[in-house]
Design a binder for this molecule. Sequence first.
Ligand SMILES: NC(=O)c1ccc[n+]([C@@H]2O[C@H](COP(=O)([O-])OP(=O)(O)OC[C@H]3O[C@@H](n4cnc5c(N)ncnc54)[C@H](O)[C@@H]3O)[C@@H](O)[C@H]2O)c1
Length: 408
Amino acid sequence: MKLLITGGAGFIGSAVIRHIIQHTQDSVVNIDKLTYAGNLESLSAVSASARYRFEQVDICDRAALDQVFSEHQPDAVMHLAAESHVDRSIDGPAEFIQTNIVGTYQLLEAARAYWNSLDNQRKQAFRFHHISTDEVYGDLPHPNDENSVDRASAQHVDLKTNLQEPTVNVGRASARHVGLKADLQEQQGLPLFTEATAYAPSSPYSASKASSDHLVRAWQRTYGLPILVTNCSNNYGPYHFPEKLIPLVILNALEGKPLPIYGAGDQIRDWLYVEDHACALYTVICQGQVGETYNIGGHNEKQNIEVVRTICSLLDELAPAATRQLTAPNGTPLVNYSDLLTHVADRPGHDRRYAIDASKIQRELNWLPAETFETGLRKTVQWYLDNQAWCQRVQDGSYQGERLGAQQ
Ligand SMILES: NC(=O)c1ccc[n+]([C@@H]2O[C@H](COP(=O)([O-])OP(=O)(O)OC[C@H]3O[C@@H](n4cnc5c(N)ncnc54)[C@H](O)[C@@H]3O)[C@@H](O)[C@H]2O)c1
């Protein structure tokens, strides 16, 4: 199989390409605009393979996309190219609308024209896999919220009320109702995101991804394009751009810089090791049912403060502060990295809790993450310790570690 992968020079796209070249016989054509987030060095382990090709293309450029489809004749598309950082979307939403919405539209149209030109057998086998995020669902009740159980129950009652009204979406609503009910029982009143959870994005980033998800599903309903959609929780792991929470904390700590905690630090995310995500995406493109959505999660709900404290403990063990001669904020020699924790104002519109119900992909496609949070985070910290030159080169670019996304 020949896969056309968009955004393959990014964090997750490069993990997908490394997975495919190293663990399968498939070929990959990587198309990427190489924005600040794209880095071909993340592909150095596989770029010499005869099964790998790179084309520097902007997904908003329809003529260039047509040329790529016609020249490479792919069997499937995995669409990861996106502007992906929430804080950047707050400072400048325009690029997010352009790439995530207009770019997805252009890619869908190029894929549809190409798909229509295929013979019947290849047309049947063709897939367009759109990679999205759990952030499209908005946020969930948080255990620290007053009346969080009441809020969850209220949501449940709302759904019940809605179900009594005539609707053309009874199947979906019922599934959502049943899913939510099961979750309420399972999570002591706190629901999870299921594939049928209603969209309620909070940030320009998540709204632009939600919009692209709708376009992809509409291209199936309207034109019959064989699509698959996956919505995944927060990823972490090697080659993660240093402005995201986990690499930022590791790199700041190693330099003795403050470790920023947004607000109380009690925001909950469900963390997935990026190589587990790559494996899940390959499973979906090979075995997923056309038209279906699969939620992908790590079964690891953690508060941000807990994540930062765990990184500090791992660094205390793997790269003790004393050996690096770092100074604590009070001017004395730094003993524990957690002494660098600094609370900063919260991000506007910050979602409180994300948590994925990933039982469908487990049940139907037999996929489960291989890493626990503890094993994945240990590997990640070790990778950043071993690859500080990569980080330095990435940081030499436009990103200089400044605080992004604080403006209201
Ligand atoms: N990082 C996460 O935790 C996470 C979680 C769930 C879903 N996702 C989704 O997965 C996908 C990949 O995320 P990531 O973290 O690897 O992002 P990333 O920002 O690391 O990489 C995005 C890549 O897309 C490329 N790109 C951007 N605009 C482009 C354009 N107009 N044309 C062509 N290429 C362009 C960039 O150069 C970069 O290589 C995104 O669609 C994101 O929404 C990410």
